[in-house]
Write a protein that binds this ligand. Structure first.
Ligand code: SF4
Ligand code: SF4
Length: 483
C-alpha cells in the first residue's frame, strides 16, 4: 500500500447519515491520538509471519469509501477506524510495523461484525473476507486479551461448538426458566451491571423445551416417491438443540421433494463460531471431524439450513489449505455444500404446496448476512416462499444491513448489536408483514429478543418450516405461537 498516513483525523458519520467518503484517513480514538503514536508503539505485539493479511489484497483497496455506508459498525460507531477502509489501513499499518496490536487497534478489529456487506459493495473486488479471516487468528495468537475477555471467550468456545456439553446445561436452564428467574434477573438489572455480555447472553436464551433434550432425526430419512437425489444433512449446534423442529422440517421438505437424507450421527460443529472469531486450531479440528463424519456417504450434496454454518462449510478448502492430509478432502467436501434454499431452488420443488392460511399471508424475508453477502443467496429463499399459494413478500428498508447477531457478536459487543437489532426489527415491522422469515438461528434469536423488547409478537419462522407446513397442508393459525 503506498498511501501515506495523515495524522489529521477524519470524521466518520453516525447512523442514518451519508458517509464522508472524501477523506480516506482513519479517525483515531483518544487512546491512539495520532498515527505517529501508533507507530511509536509499534514495537510489539504485532502480526507474526504465518499467514498475515495478504499485502496484495490490501493493495487492491483504492480507498474510494463506497463500502462505508453499508458497513454496520461504521454506521453505529461513526469512526473511520471502525469501517472496512479504516480496518484495511490498520491491517497494513500492523503489517508494515507502523502500528501495534494495542487494545485500541484490536477493538477496531473486534468491532467488525464479519457481515461481509463491504465485500458485496466494493467495486474493486477487495477480499475483505479473506483479510479479516487472516487478521483474527493473528490477534488470538499475538495479543493478550484482558482476563475477563479471555474468560468470557473461553466460556463461549468451550461450550457452544459442543452440542453434548450444551445439552448438559439444559436441565438447569429449564429450571431457571420454570422458576421465572429470567424475569427477576431482568427486572433487577443486576446482571447488566455486573456484566453486559452475560446479560446479553441471558436475554438471547431461547425457551428450553422437551425437544431440546434429544435428537429426533434418524440416520437415514428415505425419499418420498421417486428418489431424485441422495443428500447429507448438517444439524448445527444451537440449531440442533434449540431449533430441532427446523431440522425436522428441513429433512421432511427434502424427503418430500425426492431426496434421501443421510444424517451421520458422528457429526459435530461446523466450526463457524471459532472460525469467525479467529480460533483457528479449534476451527480446523472441528472441520476435520465434520469431513470425517461424511466420509463414504456418497452424497450428491451436503445440505445446511443455517446461513453462518453454510458460509464456513463452503470455506473448508481455505481453512485447511495448509493441511496436506485434509486439503483435497476439504475442497471436495466444500464443493458439495449447499444451503437448503439454494439446493431446492436449483433442483425445483416437486411436492405440491397448499396455502398456509385462508387469508392472504404477508411475509417479510430477513436476509442473513452469511447468505446474502457470504454466499450471494438472496433470490432463492424469496423464490421458494413465493411458490406457497397466497404468500406476498415485502422488502424492508436496509435489507442488506446486519441485524447485529453475527454469530456471537451480540454477546461480545452488546452495545453495537443492540442498536442494530433495534433498527432491524423496526424496519421489519414497518413493512406491515404479519410474519418474519429468517434462515439463520442467530438472526432469529436476535430478532425475537428485539421484538420482545419492543413489545411486539410477530412470529419468526425459518422458510423450511413454512414450506413444510405448506407441503403437509398445515394451517399457520393453528400452529404459530407468536411468543
Ligand atoms: S474496500 Fe473497496 S469500497 Fe471500501 S474503500 Fe476499499 S476499494 Fe473502496
Ligand atoms: S464485514 Fe461488515 S462490519 Fe466488518 S467491515 Fe465489512 S461491512 Fe463492516
Amino acid at each position: 500500500m503506498t498511501t501515506q498516513y495523515d495524522p489529521e483525523p477524519a470524521s466518520g458519520t453516525p447512523v442514518d447519515g451519508a458517509p464522508d467518503t472524501s477523506n480516506p484517513v482513519p479517525e483515531l480514538s483518544s487512546a491512539e491520538s495520532s498515527w505517529s503514536d501508533l507507530a511509536a508503539r509499534a514495537k510489539r505485539p504485532t502480526f507474526d509471519a504465518y499467514d498475515p493479511p495478504d499485502p496484495k489484497l490490501i493493495d487492491a483497496c483504492v480507498h474510494c469509501g463506497f463500502c462505508l455506508s453499508t458497513c454496520p459498525s461504521y454506521r453505529v460507531i461513526g469512526k473511520e477506524t471502525d469501517s472496512p477502509r479504516g480496518r484495511i489501513y490498520l491491517m497494513d499499518a500492523v503489517n508494515e510495523g507502523e502500528a501495534a496490536l494495542s487494545p485500541a487497534t484490536v477493538q477496531h478489529f473486534d468491532s467488525c461484525l464479519g457481515c461481509l456487506a463491504c465485500v458485496t459493495t466494493c467495486p474493486s473486488g477487495v477480499r475483505y473476507d479473506r483479510l479479516i479471516a487472516a487478521t483474527r487468528p493473528q490477534i488470538e495468537r499475538n495479543y493478550s486479551r484482558s482476563w475477563s475477555d479471555r474468560l468470557f471467550r473461553q466460556l463461549i468456545f468451550s461450550l457452544f461448538p459442543y452440542p453434548e456439553r450444551l445439552r448438559r446445561l439444559l436441565a438447569p436452564l429449564w429450571l431457571y426458566q420454570k422458576l421465572r428467574l429470567p424475569q427477576l434477573v431482568r427486572a433487577t438489572g443486576l446482571l447488566r451491571r455486573v456484566s453486559p455480555r452475560l446479560d446479553a447472553m441471558e436475554r438471547l436464551l431461547p425457551e428450553v423445551t422437551v425437544q431440546c433434550f434429544r435428537d429426533t432425526l434418524p440416520t437415514v430419512v428415505p425419499a418420498q416417491g421417486q428418489q431424485r437425489y441422495r443428500v447429507g444433512m448438517i444439524l448445527g449446534c444451537v440449531q440442533r438443540l434449540f431449533f430441532s423442529e427446523v431440522n425436522e422440517a428441513t429433512a421432511r421438505v427434502l424427503s418430500a421433494n425426492g431426496c434421501e437424507v443421510i444424517i451421520p450421527k458422528s457429526q459435530g460443529c461446523c466450526a463457524a463460531l471459532p472460525s469467525h472469531q479467529g480460533q483457528e486450531e479449534q476451527a480446523q479440528s472441528l472441520a476435520r471431524q465434520m469431513i470425517d463424519s461424511f466420509e463414504g456417504t456418497e452424497v450428491d450434496a451436503i445440505i445446511i439450513n443455517a446461513a453462518g454454518c453454510g458460509h464456513t462449510l463452503k470455506e473448508y478448502g481455505h481453512l485447511l489449505k495448509d493441511d496436506p492430509d485434509y486439503r483435497d478432502k476439504a475442497k471436495a467436501f466444500a464443493s458439495k455444500v449447499k444451503d437448503v434454499q439454494e439446493f431446492l431452488a436449483a433442483v425445483g420443488l416437486t411436492a405440491p404446496l397448499s396455502p398456509l392460511q385462508s387469508e392472504p399471508l404477508t411475509i417479510v424475508y430477513q436476509d442473513a448476512c452469511h447468505l446474502l453477502h457470504g454466499q450471494k443467496i438472496s433470490l432463492q429463499p424469496r423464490q421458494l416462499l413465493r411458490q406457497i399459494p397466497g404468500v406476498t413478500l415485502r422488502e424492508p428498508i436496509d435489507a442488506a444491513l446486519c441485524c447485529g447477531s453475527a454469530g456471537v457478536y451480540n454477546m461480545l459487543q452488546p452495545d453495537v448489536a443492540e442498536e442494530l437489532g433495534q433498527q432491524k426489527v423496526t424496519n421489519l415491522l414497518n413493512t406491515g408483514a404479519t410474519l418474519i422469515a429468517s434462515s439463520n438461528p442467530g438472526c432469529s434469536l436476535q430478532i425475537l429478543k428485539h421484538l420482545k423488547l419492543q413489545g411486539k409478537s410477530v412470529p419468526v419462522l425459518h422458510p423450511m418450516k413454512l414450506l413444510d407446513y405448506s407441503i403437509r397442508g398445515i394451517q399457520l393459525d393453528s400452529r404459530i405461537d407468536p411468543d
